[in-house]
Design a protein around this ligand. Structure first.
Ligand code: DC
Length: 254
């Protein structure tokens, strides 16, 4: 049996900017390791979608905060990947439109929204403790003691091209230069906001996906996870036989 399968709790965080392939990579890694998958960007997108539907300006901090306080965001874990429900209704691909993409940065930089999302994500992890969770702040803020913290990166031009191809596969035609400009703006806004900025988490493994095939990225992440899980397990055994506490980098005993 693999070391990951042997652990009751196991959190892998995957952070990084837009267009690094995070969602696909996180989902496929989760399946390969037998873990559940959490897309935290979808939660921010859901809040942005609901603001747009209600005619609320995404930059109107007070109204967006009031909206999120009353919003019920949850996942249907029987679906694969889990289906996002907002006030009980499945949002599907409506959270992936260009309009929502344009609105979401303002919503995600709202501190009240972030506090609500962080709390919701920790609650999800307490109910689903074997999880690959992806976003911008998962390893730095939400789960700083996760067993494995990964930071995915890629050159902006590559990320823009991937986004265009992703949208094209869904029948959405976009201009690459416009998508690149949007990505650069989103990077700027995600990494300069005061609350939960996009940063490389402490002790994270950094993987650049620019020139690497997605299958190879997943292989690489799988070997990182297995290495780290093995080390955590060995630390726990050593601590047990020494009669002492857990050593190492603060990873929880599996
Ligand atoms: O990964 P994505 O494109 O679906 O993310 C949508 C937006 O939400 C993007 O502006 C970054 C933001 N986000 C965030 O601030 N924190 C997260 N944990 C996940 C996403």
């Amino acid at each position: 049996m693999s070391v990951v399968a042997a652990t009751a709790e196991f959190i892998v965080t995957i952070d990084g900017p837009a267009g690094t392939g995070k969602s696909t990579v996180a989902y496929r890694l989760a399946r390969r390791l037998g873990l559940e998958f959490l897309d935290t960007g979808a939660m921010y997108r859901a809040a942005a979608l609901r603001a747009l539907e209600l005619g609320i300006d995404p930059a109107d901090g007070e109204r967006v905060a009031a909206l999120v306080r009353d919003l019920e965001i949850r996942f249907d874990w029987r679906c694969d990947p889990p289906d996002l429900l907002v006030d009980g209704e499945s949002v599907g691909d409506r959270i992936r439109t260009q309009e929502v993409t344009r609105a979401v940065s303002a919503v995600a930089s709202n501190p009240i929204v972030r506090a609500a999302m962080v709390e919701a994500q920790r609650e999800i992890a307490s109910l689903h403790p074997r999880l690959v969770t992806e976003g911008r702040d998962q390893g730095s803020v939400v789960f700083p003691d996760a067993h494995v913290r990964i930071y995915l990166d890629a050159r902006p031009e590559i990320r823009a091209r991937r986004r265009v191809e992703q949208l094209a596969a869904k029948g959405i035609v976009t201009c690459e230069a416009e998508v690149l400009a949007q990505i650069l703006e989103r990077d700027r806004s995600d990494s300069t906001r005061r609350d939960g900025p996009l940063v490389c988490p402490r002790g994270a493994d950094v993987v650049d996906t620019s020139d690497v095939d997605i299958d190879d990225v997943i292989d690489r992440l799988e070997s990182i996870v297995r290495e780290r899980a093995g080390a955590a397990l060995r630390n726990a055994h050593r601590a047990q036989s020494d009669g002492g506490s857990l050593g190492g980098d603060g990873a929880t005993a599996p």
